[in-house]
Design a protein around this ligand. Structure first.
Ligand code: GLN
Length: 448
């Protein structure tokens, strides 16, 4: 029935880049037989799952929504895909995204634009817009995305889904095609907080194949105690998030949610988090620097697209990259190589790294006083297709509340908190200290 729904409605939404109907049905049959034989088929047994197209899937095309990887079929599964399979989940397809996860609207895909299922004239957010839209359209009950600066939380907010960016290192990045390695994390999109807890439970754990995977952190039970409530929980609200630039309807929705938390016994306090505004500049320098290094491997020699006409090796690389990468990706590579170049390294990259340290310290300090920091997920409602494509800076502003979380490496969840008058979803962000996922899920659950 999920496949039927996708076939009928996805031509309008454009959430999927690849569908694997045949293998999915086969896997479902096998699981059916195992179930009939009385076997335990796992925590996610039989659940159809879609993953973003920058997460490697064995024998299934993984394109990063880029022409340069248009025909790339990975010979291995990402660890998270393996874990999903081990838990009995069925991979049903790969979802659309901004090319190499660079963007906030899923309009930067080389193949198609994804529409917001709530209003087809609006964007679903990005860069994991395909995963968010597939979930919101009821195509699958569980999808996964990656979040480098907001790419799970912002599309979750735009599509009325629950989206979690876990603590850096909690989920293995092995098989996630790198954008900015020190910021990237994989996380789930779900309809409910309980589903989010379930999926986190299935994919957690140390992975020796990822050098940044956290070792020694015990695996947790995220499901029990979900209904612990928020009585006595200290929630801090940074006043910098409620200044100009915030949509008034979002402000009202957030204020209502805060009142609900208060009524349930949470202790609410406004405070100042002055680094809130400076995160964006640090983020776009650091992420572009890392991207320029990570994307150097697409040279037309090792794998992926290769230009047809060239005379020597240099021209082969130049033509391949000129033809294979889209505009936004080229912009980031140029920005990244510029801030890393010897003449400008100290002025930009080094300063951004100092700022990163400061942001991390300020955030850590805030968690001495608060269990959770509460902000809007996005300053704006889902915007119209094409509205921000001509102005990259305007697009970057959409990430103002989300990037600091990746810079500090802490977890954050976006949950639905109402609708605008025009019936567009609004998202609320809860931020926790490192490894505070359990607390985040409990607080999020109490608001449902
Ligand atoms: N919108 C941000 C960017 O374009 C974040 C992307 C992401 O989290 N992958 O870089």
């Amino acid at each position: 029935s999920y496949l039927d729904r996708i076939e009928k409605l996805d031509p309008q939404i454009g959430a999927f880049i690849s569908l694997c109907s045949e293998s999915a049905l086969k896997e479902a049959e096998v699981l059916d037989e195992r179930l009939a034989a009385g076997e335990d088929i796992g925590l996610l047994g039989g659940i159809p799952v879609a993953v973003k197209d920058n997460i490697c899937t064995r024998s299934i095309k993984t394109t990063c929504a880029s022409k340069i990887l248009e025909d790339f079929v990975p010979p291995y599964d990402a660890t998270i895909v393996q874990k999903l399979k081990d838990a009995g989940a069925i991979i049903i397809g790969k979802t659309n995204m901004d090319e190499f996860a660079m963007g906030s609207s899923t309009e930067n895909s080389a193949f198609q634009k994804t529409k917001n299922p709530w209003d087809l004239s609006k964007v679903p957010g990005g860069s994991s817009g395909g995963s968010a839209a597939a979930l919101a359209a009821g195509f699958v009950p569980l999808t996964f995305g990656s979040d480098t600066g907001g790419s799970i939380r912002q599309p979750a907010a735009f599509c009325g889904a629950v989206g979690l960016k876990p603590t850096y290192g909690l989920i293995s990045r092995y098989g996630l095609i790198a954008f900015a390695s020190s910021l990237d994390q994989i996380g789930p999109f779900t309809r409910t907080v309980k589903d989010c807890a379930l999926s986190l439970q299935a994919i957690q754990g140390y992975d020796p194949l990822d050098t940044t995977s956290i070792q020694g952190e015990p695996t947790k039970d995220y499901i029990s105690d979900l209904n612990k409530g928020v009585k006595g929980l200290r929630i801090g609200i940074p006043k910098e998030c409620f200044q100009e630039g915030l949509d008034p309807e979002i402000r009202t929705a957030i204020e209502n949610a805060v009142k609900q938390f208060e009524a349930m016994g949470a202790v609410i306090e406004e405070f100042s988090l002055p680094i809130m505004d400076s995160g964006l500049s640090a983020y776009y320098i650091i992420s572009s620097a890392e991207a320029s290094a990570n994307l150097a491997r697409y040279d037309g020699v090792r794998y992926g697209y290769r230009a047809e006409s060239f005379t020597g090796i240099e021209e082969l690389m130049e033509n391949t990259r000129t033809e294979g990468f889209g505009k936004e990706v080229k912009r980031r590579i140029m920005l990244g190589t510029y801030v890393l170049s010897s003449g400008y390294y100290d002025a930009y990259y080094k300063k951004a790294m100092l700022l990163r340290k400061k942001i991390r310290n300020v955030m850590k300090k805030a968690f001495d006083s608060y269990d959770i920091i509460l902000t809007p997920t996005s300053p704006v409602l889902p915007f119209s297709m094409g509205e921000k494509t001509s102005d990259p800076l305007e697009m970057y502003l959409a990430d103002i509340y989300t990037v600091n979380i990746n810079i500090a490496g802490v977890p954050a969840i976006s949950i639905p908190c109402g609708f605008s008058q025009g019936k567009l979803p609004i998202g609320l962000q809860l931020i926790g200290d490192h490894y505070a996922e359990k607390k985040l899920l409990q607080a999020a659950y109490s608001l449902e």
